[in-house]
Structures are given as C-alpha cells and as structure tokens.
Design a protein around this ligand. Structure first.
Ligand SMILES: Cc1cc2nc3c(=O)[nH]c(=O)nc-3n(C[C@H](O)[C@H](O)[C@H](O)COP(=O)(O)O)c2cc1C
Length: 398
C-alpha cells in the first residue's frame, strides 16, 4: 500500500514516543521506508539506537552536524520524503510549527518542507485543552497540516480525556489517505523513460546515455500526488518507481506500441530518449569482424515519432502532452520549433551538452516552453524538477 514511499518520521519528546517504534514497524509492513528524526527530548524516552535499528536508517537529530549536512543537508532532508509524520507531536513541537520557529533540526525541517505533514498529537489532557494549544491547532489546520487524533482515553499520567496518541495503525491509514488522495487522484498518466536500444545484430545495439533517472522521479512525484501512472521504460539500471504499472520495452517501435496500448489517458509525458533511427536490416547472426573487407556499412531508417504520433491523435488525444527536448545548441529556438512541429503542449528543454553533466547526472536545468510562456527553472535536483512539474500539472488540471 505504501510501497516505495519515503516517510520522514519526527519523534517528539512525549511519553507516547515508545509507540513510534510500533509505528515504524507498521509503516515498513506497508512497504514504506522510514527516515527517522528525533528531538533532543525524544531521546529521553526512546533510544536513537532502537529507532535506528528498527528503521534500518540513521537517526537525524542535530541541526549543526557537519557530517549530516555533507550527507544530506537539512533543506534536502526536508524535501526528501513523500510525507512527514510527527508522532508523537508534543505541545511544544506544535507551538513551534504554529509560530514558524526553527530552533532545532525537527522544527527547521518542518518549516523548510514542501511535502505534506501529518501530526499525531499526544499530551496530557490539560495541555491539549489549553487555549494556547487549541489556537495552535487552528493555525496548523489553516496551514494545511493533517491531524490523526488525539484520542480520548486513560493517559499515562493517570488522567482521562483527549490527548492520547492515535494508534499506529490509524496513523498509517491517515498517511495512505493523504498520499493517495492527492490532487491528481483519478488521473491516468503515461510516462515514457530511459533510452531505447536498437539492435544491430543479436549482441550489438545502438543506445544513448539516458539513465531514466528523470522519468523515474517524475513517476514518483505524480503517484505521490495521487495519479495512476503507467511507466513505460526502455532498458535502464535505474531503480523503477514504485506504485506504478511498469511496462518494459527495448526498441522505439515497442515503446510506441506500449504507449498506444495505454491510450486513452489523461496526460502523457515523454521523457524517454528514443532513438531517432533504427538499423534497417537487423542481422540474424552476429556480424563477423572479417565479414566486410572495408568499412562496415549499416543503413539506418527513421523510427516512428512517439511524441508526434500521440500529440496529433485525432481521437482521444491526452488533454496534456509533454515532451522533452534534449538540445546542445540554439536551445530555446530548437525546442520552440520542436514543440510546434510535434504538436505537443509543453516541452521541457534541457541542455545536454557534455559540460552540463545533466545526461546521466542528478541535476537538471529545465526551461518549460508552452504556447503561452517560456519559463526557465533554476538548476535543481531531478527530484525537485519532478516535484515542480507535478505542481505545474496540478495547477493546469484545476
Ligand atoms: C515524563 C515526561 C513526559 C512528558 N510527556 C509529554 C507528552 O506526552 N506530551 C507533551 O507534549 N509533552 C510531554 N512532556 C514535556 C516535553 O518533553 C517537553 O515539552 C519537551 O520540551 C518537548 O520537546 P520536543 O517538543 O522538542 O520533543 C513530558 C515530559 C516529561 C518529563
């Protein structure tokens, strides 16, 4: 249910912190990866060793840890997950969130994040009912923070009332409701990704340097927003996105067949680096070194143009067709011309000149070109590009 989802779990310093250990297990049972963050006070209630051993991940707790900053900076950590859960959310953490305080790692992450936040408050009934906490709750609800609980019942302090932390199973249910109830719920999105391989003979092929990284990040970002994604990928060693239907293909022709088999869909995103040509006659046997006396000649013929074929569909064309333009010169001019020639709605232009390190790298520098605008995005990680594109699609779909 939460396969491939990454959850940043912030554990606050309350008596219910022991339940966060069970929460880690429940999240993992559903297939999620848990990145734990603990407040200083939380470490008084459960040991970072237990949390790390159960989550199988390092526990982050110090804002000024140079090693952590080198590994994954605090801003990156705040954006690295599909959802942040705060459990238990102490009165103190809720107050910090409501007032936008960033005095330690957990509160800084909560202020810097752009991912949804789910909190499971847990505190003494008087603390919960205090007007200060209730006002903070209102602020947090207004700010779009999701709540699970608190429940009513007997408390560790001997009192009875509201303030018990939700049971871990209930928090997991709330988490999956948030993750799968996103603004793209009900939308079917087809994404192509990776390179294609065009065979020359049974052992050789024409390929390109595409890693499939960007397509994979886009698929993850869009499923996080609730979309149903069909991910059609050429041969790639990059980890497949989770929670998608995966279709593996090798050649451009197979990729087109797979795309057409998945029509109609609402949105199509063509991030694959499809070979423009294929070998006219694939040799059935391996070409021998001495087969030709002179230079070996291979005839190429043009492959079908997947982006153009789908963009120009007469019936059931996806409402939004997005292509990629990997260019090395006259970037804007070439990409603008490509968008018009292919008939797609948006082109995401990226400069793949060798010096940029974009093809096969972790970052991308995108310019979005549509009929109405040319919007240059700053250079950012491929994960951030995917999220930005996801938000753009959400705005478009409203
Ligand atoms: C034994 C004990 C239990 C506590 N339980 C809670 C609790 O359940 N909820 C809460 O909001 N604060 C509780 N506190 C108070 C918090 O630990 C305190 O406000 C702390 O500053 C919270 O830090 P944090 O929000 O950074 O984790 C408790 C304190 C003690 C000593």
């Amino acid at each position: 249910m939460l396969n491939g989802r990454r959850i940043l779990l912030i554990i606050g310093g309350g008596i219910a912190a022991y339940k966060s250990l069970q929460l880690i297990r429940e999240l993992q049972k559903k297939g999620a990866e848990v990145l734990p963050v603990m407040t200083k006070s939380a470490a008084e209630f459960v040991t970072p060793l237990s949390v790390s051993a159960l989550s199988k991940n390092k526990v982050f707790s110090d804002l000024f840890d140079l090693n952590d900053e080198a590994e994954m900076g605090h801003i990156e950590l705040s954006r690295s997950s599909d959802l942040i859960i705060v459990a238990p959310a102490t009165a103190n953490l809720m107050a910090k969130m409501a007032f936008g305080l960033a005095t330690d790692l957990p509160s800084t992450l909560l202020l810097a994040t752009d991912t949804p936040v789910l909190i499971a408050p847990a505190m003494n009934v008087r603390m919960w009912e205090h007007p200060a906490t209730q006002n903070n709750c209102k602020t947090l609800i207004n700010n779009g923070v999701h709540f699970s609980g608190p429940d009513e019942g007997d408390m560790a302090c001997g009192e009875f009332g509201f303030g018990r932390m939700s049971e871990p199973e209930i928090i997991v249910k709330a988490a999956s409701d948030i993750l799968f109830n996103g603004p793209l719920k009900g939308k079917h999105i087809v994404i192509t990704s990776g390179p294609t391989h065009e065979p020359i003979d049974p052992v050789r092929y024409i390929a390109n340097r595409s890693s499939g990284h960007q397509g994979c990040e886009i698929a993850n970002a869009l499923t996080s927003l609730g979309a149903k994604v069909t991910f059609i990928t050429g041969p790639s060693n990059y980890k497949f996105p989770e929670s998608c239907e995966i279709v593996t293909v090798e050649t451009a022709i197979e990729m087109l067949d797979a795309v057409e088999a998945n029509m109609p869909c609402d949105i199509a995103i063509f991030s694959a680096a499809v070979s423009d040509w294929r070998v006219e006659k694939k040799n059935t046997n391996k070409i021998k070194k001495n087969q030709s006396k002179d230079v070996l000649k291979i005839n190429f013929i043009e492959n079908p143009d997947i982006l153009k074929t789908i963009s120009k569909m007469k019936m059931n064309r996806p409402k939004l067709v997005i292509g990629f333009a990997a260019e090395t010169n006259n970037l804007i001019e070439n990409a603008t011309e490509k968008r018009i020639r292919k008939g797609c709605d948006w082109i995401l232009l990226n400069d793949v000149s060798p010096g940029t390190g974009i093809m096969g790298g972790n970052e991308n520098h995108i310019t979005l070109i549509s009929a109405d605008e040319i919007q240059e995005w700053p250079r950012m990680s491929k994960t951030a590009v995917a999220k930005k594109l996801g938000q753009k699609i959400v705005d478009y779909s409203k």
